[in-house]
Ligand binder design. Sequence first.
Ligand SMILES: NC(=O)c1ccc[n+]([C@@H]2O[C@H](COP(=O)([O-])OP(=O)(O)OC[C@H]3O[C@@H](n4cnc5c(N)ncnc54)[C@H](OP(=O)(O)O)[C@@H]3O)[C@@H](O)[C@H]2O)c1
Length: 125
Amino acid sequence: MSDFLDLAGRRALITSGTRGAGAATVALFRQLGARVMTTARSAPAGAGDGFVAADLATAAGCLTVAEAVRRQLEGVDIVVHMLGGSSAPGGGFSALDDGQWDKELSLNLFPAVRLDRELVPGMIA
Ligand SMILES: NC(=O)c1ccc[n+]([C@@H]2O[C@H](COP(=O)([O-])OP(=O)(O)OC[C@H]3O[C@@H](n4cnc5c(N)ncnc54)[C@H](OP(=O)(O)O)[C@@H]3O)[C@@H](O)[C@H]2O)c1
């Protein structure tokens, strides 16, 4: 794998990197040589450089992460939006009220929109 994909020197932001698929992605990117920053609401044991605590379901949390990326990594080459999931009840359009839609969009859509808005211009430049 490391011969196939060499990420040495690349700077990566991977959201939700403290558990599950996000943690596995962080471990893989580090193994491939990337400098990784990750984020979650609670810091895992031993978290230091490379972790920033923030609630990405909020605009302020996204800004906190973007500023930490600019400060600690001095920019970013790769963004992996791992955050997601759903606590909505079954039943689709006929069951979900506006509050549930707000909650789903705040977790599954707006973090990527807000982080891209902050970080992609620097990536293009
Ligand atoms: N698990 C599955 O079967 C499955 C299947 C298909 C797709 N997926 C997708 O794969 C991705 C990862 O899922 P997973 O099940 O591996 O994750 P997970 O184990 O549930 O981990 C969730 C991660 O997200 C963080 N997180 C949750 N809410 C947050 C918030 N508001 N702000 C910042 N961080 C937050 C958690 O840390 P904190 O709680 O400390 O914030 C944790 O690091 C998701 O996009 C999910 O939709 C999962």
